[in-house]
Every structure is written in C-alpha cells, then in structure tokens.
Ligand binder design. Structure first.
Ligand SMILES: [Zn+2]
Length: 107
C-alpha cells in the first residue's frame, strides 16, 4: 500500500504485482506521443493551425486500407484495423484545411 509522505490528501492506492509472460501472451504495446506546436502554419501545408468547434463544411470518412511500406511489408497495426473494418471521420473546414490533409494532393 502506498501512502503520502506529506499532509496533502492523497488517495490511497494498493499496488498488486502480477508476473505475466508477455511473450507467451503475445502482448504488444506501443506509445505514440502527440505535441501541439505553436506555429503559424501546419507542418506539411500552409493552412493555419486552428482548432474549430463549429459545424464543418463536410466530413471525410476514411477506411483503413493496408499498403506496402518502403521496406516491402505491410504495417501490422494497419492490417489489424483493416480487418476490424475501422474508419475514421475527419471534419473539414474550407478556411483551415486543404486536400493535403485528406491525402488527396498529387505531388
Ligand atoms: Zn492544409
């Protein structure tokens, strides 16, 4: 049991150690960290980095679709999402979004 060493009211927690064989379980985990930067434009285009909350002009629904990576292999996480039939919906605003953000820009 953990207890606070100061006078602040800290909720008491009970820590239980469980020995698990993650390889045997086939457990895999990853961490993805996002950080919002204070910039005047977005990283890959010139749209303003504004978070809007009003009604979007339109929605873009994307299906996860596996494609071969540079190393000639499929992204395993993408394959799992594809098999689940996952989709993601983007809210699009004419004044702060462009075709680059929905992968519709040809280079
Ligand atoms: Zn843009």
């Amino acid at each position: 049991m953990l207890q606070s060493t100061n006078n602040l009211k800290t909720p008491k927690m009970e820590v239980v150690a469980i020995q698990l064989d993650y390889d045997k379980l086939g457990f895999k985990a990853g961490v993805e960290i996002h950080q919002e930067l204070l910039t005047s434009r977005k990283l890959f285009c010139f749209c303003k980095p504004v978070l809007k909350t009003d009604e979007p002009q339109f929605l873009v629904k994307r299906f996860f679709r596996p494609v071969l990576g540079e190393m000639g292999k499929y992204d395993e996480a993408m394959l799992v999402e594809y098999e689940k039939g996952r989709t993601i919906v983007y809210e699009v605003y004419d004044d702060v979004n462009c075709t680059y953000e929905i992968d519709e820009t040809c280079m």
